[in-house]
Every structure is written in structure tokens, then in C-alpha cells.
Design a protein around this ligand. Structure first.
Ligand SMILES: Cc1cc2nc3c(=O)[nH]c(=O)nc-3n(C[C@H](O)[C@H](O)[C@H](O)COP(=O)(O)OP(=O)(O)OC[C@H]3O[C@@H](n4cnc5c(N)ncnc54)[C@H](O)[C@@H]3O)c2cc1C
Length: 433
């Protein structure tokens, strides 16, 4: 059994075991000067760096551990359209136009990923096809509304509502009342995607530094980022540490994003017959509950099954033991299947579930992107694009996000997680009805 280890090396996981190319980048030694310094080597930071380098900026990317070490190299790999949740709630701040613009960006975000994969020939097992799963009649109504909204936006990929008796077309499980197929979403190997994107960024001229934590920011006309054995001075600084940023580097954003653990297991490779039985169309799935299950098959025919949500800041002692009952509830026919990998990572939760993309109130040349909750594979790519647009003189799309105000969680670092746990318990109880 491989258990997660949170060190400077990548945590052991199915993804690290099947990573294509774990290139090691140097640590920063000395003083450098660039147009833009980006902190954080996950999807947000790597893609911000890449987008900016493609627009002609000189860029340095600082990652405290390894590229993809955070959520980007550990997640469920589900590439699902959409940004945020319940975006209608922001009508007062951004108007109808803003809401429609975010909805369109939620579709464009998937296109950005698809374009990266094909343009840079990134081998990350991208497979289109996804199905939302309904556990309650309320979920079916939500799916119908969602489909109508997508159609009103002119969404091109096929979407189809499935009733209970049609579910066997996509999943060998009796658990669901119905679902919605979306051929414009899918699944992929996230660590291979972010490593491939880092390679593209390096080729575009980005100076990438690993083992290089940003320890201190000195604000001013030319911000400086201090690291253990170096310093970067820049015109703009972009902070993309998300759930791993901590409170000290920049308290204004640290207090708005709370880390919550999510976990995955990967079974032994299944037979072709078992795969046909449980997931005949090789789609990705997630149900619509708050503490959701998400799962799909890997390219080597393992079932990758994720879920749980842990706000205590401590990993469960036995991830497999905690996830297996959920897996067997969905696929009782897999009872007794061997689990070969288990791991987890931190998702960044904000109070209103809209990604936080903005600039510091006391330093307009310092930007940030964070708090995608469990829905960041696509949204990180869009955040990177709107930040690159802003620095290239097109502020419209960035400003939509920047207009939304985000609450700082009360209680200080020690009390925030227990408060979040309490808040989420409320939503889980609500979810029972
Ligand atoms: C278990 C799990 C399952 C998930 N499943 C899905 C899914 O199926 N679909 C989906 O859409 N989303 C999913 N998500 C969410 C998604 O993975 C994240 O939203 C996304 O990866 C966030 O990317 P990021 O670059 O913002 O942050 P991260 O990938 O976490 O990267 C942040 C990086 O910043 C670095 N860093 C932090 N502070 C500093 C500093 N001071 N100096 C230098 N570097 C620093 C960290 O070391 C880290 O590497 C999941 C998340 C988890 C944890």
C-alpha cells in the first residue's frame, strides 16, 4: 500500500507512479529581474506563466516543492465545464452580463485545456465524456435547468438527460435516479497535464524554479519576492499558491481560502469485461451531493474513485478504509477489489464558491487566483487567461471577477477550519432532504 507523504517530493500516488516525465527544475540562487513573477507551480501558476510568456513577457515561476506537487498533480482528473456554483447570486455585483460572461468562460476553460493538450502534444490520457449523477428528484430538476441554460448559451457538445431506466447505457450501478451526459467534459491524468504545460512554459522562455518558496513580499512600484537563497524583482507579481499559500505570505488572501482535504484510491487494473460492466462508455462521473463521489477509469483500466471532504486539516488514517464503503455502494460488484494506491490533497475553499481572481487592495501590481473548490481543472486555466489578458491591457474579463467581494473567514488561522467544518455540516444536513 502506498500512503501519502507530504514532503518536498511528490506524494506517492497513482499519478506519480505513471508520470511521463518528472523533470527537475533548479532552485533559485541569486537575484533576478523579470516582468512578471508567478508564485505556485500548479495549473494556475504554470498556465499564467505560459500565457504571459506567449504574450512576450519575461516570467519567473517559483514553486516551493515540485511542479504539480499541490492539488493539480493529485486531483480526480475530471475536466468539467463551468466556473463556480450558483453564479446567479452575484447578479447584484456583476449584472446579467457578468453572469453570462462567467458561464461562457466556463465553456472556454475546457477549450483552453483541449487546445493546450493538442498544441503541445501533451500525453495526459484526455478522454471526453462525462455524466452528472442524480441521487434525488431535486437533482434531476437541477440537471434539466442546467441543460436548458447550456442550450441558451449555444453550447455545442451533446448533452442528454438520462432517466433511471437509461442509466445502464453509461454506468453499471443501480444507485442513481438519472443523470446528464455532457460530451464537452471528460477526464485526464492531471499530473501529466501540468508537467506537460510546465514543459511548454519552459520552451516559451519561462524561468522555472523548484524547491523555491516565496518567503516574503516587499511591495512597491517594483515588488520583490524573497526566497531562501535569492530574490526576484518584477513589475507584476501573481500569487497562485491556492490552498497551500498559508497565512503569512499575504494575509489578505490567506484568510479568504481554507484548505479542505479530498482523497482518492486507485484499484488494481480491472479486466476488460469488468470495465464494460461498470463504465461502458469510459466516461467520468460525479454525483450532485455536497460530500460527492467522483470516479472514472484510468488508461490502464483502474477505477479511480474519489470523495470525502475533511476540514480538520488532518488526513484520515486509513483512506482506503474510509472510501471503500462509498465505492462498494456505487459498484457492489467490485466488492473485494484490491486497492493499489491511496492519496489526498488540499482543495481551496472560499465562502461563496466563486474562484477568487483579483488584485491586492494595497498593491494593484500584485494579483492572485485561488479558491476553485473541487472544480479547478478547467477554472485554473481560465484564471490564467484573464490575468494574462489584464496584464496585456484587456481588463474586461478580469474586472468581472475582481468586482465580486470575498469574505475573510473569521476566527484567525486556528479557528477557521473548525468553523468551516461546522458550516459544511450544515450543508450536508441540508443535503439529506
Ligand atoms: C483530491 C482532489 C481532487 C480534486 N478533483 C478535482 C477534479 O476531479 N476536477 C476538478 O476540476 N478539480 C478537482 N480538484 C481541484 C483542483 O485540483 C484544484 O482546484 C486545482 O488543481 C488548483 O490548482 P492551483 O494551481 O490553483 O493550486 P495547486 O495545484 O494546489 O498549486 C499550488 C502550488 O503553490 C505552491 N506554493 C504555495 N505557497 C507557495 C509559496 N509561498 N512559494 C512557492 N510556491 C508555493 C504549492 O507548493 C503548490 O504546488 C481536486 C482537488 C483535490 C485536492
Amino acid at each position: 500500500m502506498n500512503t501519502p507523504v507530504h514532503t518536498e517530493r511528490h506524494p506517492e500516488s497513482f499519478y506519480t507512479a505513471t508520470a511521463r516525465e518528472l523533470v527537475e527544475y533548479p532552485r533559485l540562487e541569486g537575484v533576478i529581474s523579470v516582468d512578471v513573477c508567478v508564485v505556485g507551480g500548479g495549473f494556475s501558476g504554470v498556465n499564467t506563466a505560459l500565457e504571459l510568456a506567449e504574450r512576450g513577457f519575461s516570467v519567473a515561476l517559483l514553486e516551493a516543492r515540485r511542479i504539480g506537487w499541490g492539488a493539480s498533480g493529485r486531483n480526480g482528473g475530471e475536466l468539467i465545464r463551468g466556473i463556480g456554483h450558483g453564479i446567479e447570486q452575484f447578479a447584484g455585483e456583476i449584472g446579467r452580463e457578468g453572469i453570462d460572461a462567467i458561464a461562457r468562460m466556463g465553456i472556454e476553460a475546457v477549450e483552453i485545456v483541449r487546445d493546450r493538450v493538442s498544441r503541445h502534444a501533451i500525453d495526459c490520457d484526455l478522454q471526453m465524456g462525462y455524466c452528472d449523477l442524480a441521487l434525488k428528484p431535486r437533482h434531476m430538476r437541477e440537471l434539466e435547468e442546467d441543460q436548458a441554460f447550456l442550450q441558451s448559451l449555444g453550447y455545442q457538445p451533446e448533452t442528454r438527460i438520462l432517466q433511471r431506466e437509461q442509466m445502464h447505457e453509461v454506468i453499471g450501478s443501480e444507485r442513481y435516479l438519472g443523470g446528464m451526459i455532457d460530451m464537452g467534459s471528460g477526464h485526464l491524468h492531471p499530473l501529466n497535464l501540468v508537467l506537460g504545460e510546465a514543459g511548454a512554459a519552459r520552451d516559451a522562455g519561462v524561468q522555472i524554479f523548484e524547491y523555491t518558496p516565496a518567503e516574503k513580499i516587499i511591495k512597491g512600484d517594483k515588488p520583490k519576492v524573497v526566497t531562501p537563497s535569492g530574490e526576484v524583482s518584477c513589475r507584476y507579481l501573481v500569487l497562485c499558491g491556492n490552498a497551500y499559500i498559508g497565512h503569512k505570505l499575504e494575509p489578505h488572501i490567506g484568510g479568504k481560502v481554507l484548505p479542505a482535504g479530498s482523497y482518492l484510491i486507485a484499484t488494481e487494473p480491472l479486466s476488460e469485461a469488468q470495465c464494460r460492466d461498470i463504465i461502458p462508455g469510459n466516461m467520468a462521473f460525479a454525483d450532485l451531493s455536497v460530500a460527492l463521489d467522483y470516479f472514472h477509469l484510468s488508461a490502464d483500466r483502474r477505477l479511480l474513485f474519489g470523495g470525502l471532504c475533511n476540514y480538520s486539516g488532518r488526513d484520515p488514517r486509513d483512506i482506503t478504509g474510509a472510501l471503500m464503503p462509498n465505492l462498494e455502494r456505487v459498484f457492489p460488484q467490485l466488492k473485494g477489489v484490491r486497492v493499489e494506491y491511496e492519496w489526498g490533497g488540499m482543495i481551496g475553499i472560499g465562502a461563496n464558491r466563486l474562484p477568487q481572481i483579483g488584485r491586492l487592495p494595497d498593491a494593484p501590481n500584485i494579483l492572485y487566483a485561488q479558491a476553485y473548490a473541487g472544480h479547478g481543472v478547467n477554472a485554473t486555466h481560465m484564471a490564467a487567461r484573464v490575468i494574462a489578458e489584464l496584464l496585456s491591457g484587456q481588463a474586461e474579463r478580469f474586472d468581472i471577477f475582481d468586482r465580486v467581494k470575498h469574505m475573510t473567514f473569521p476566527g484567525g488561522p486556528a479557528l477557521r477550519s473548525p468553523l468551516l467544518a461546522l458550516g459544511m455540516l450544515y450543508y450536508r444536513l441540508k443535503d439529506l432532504f
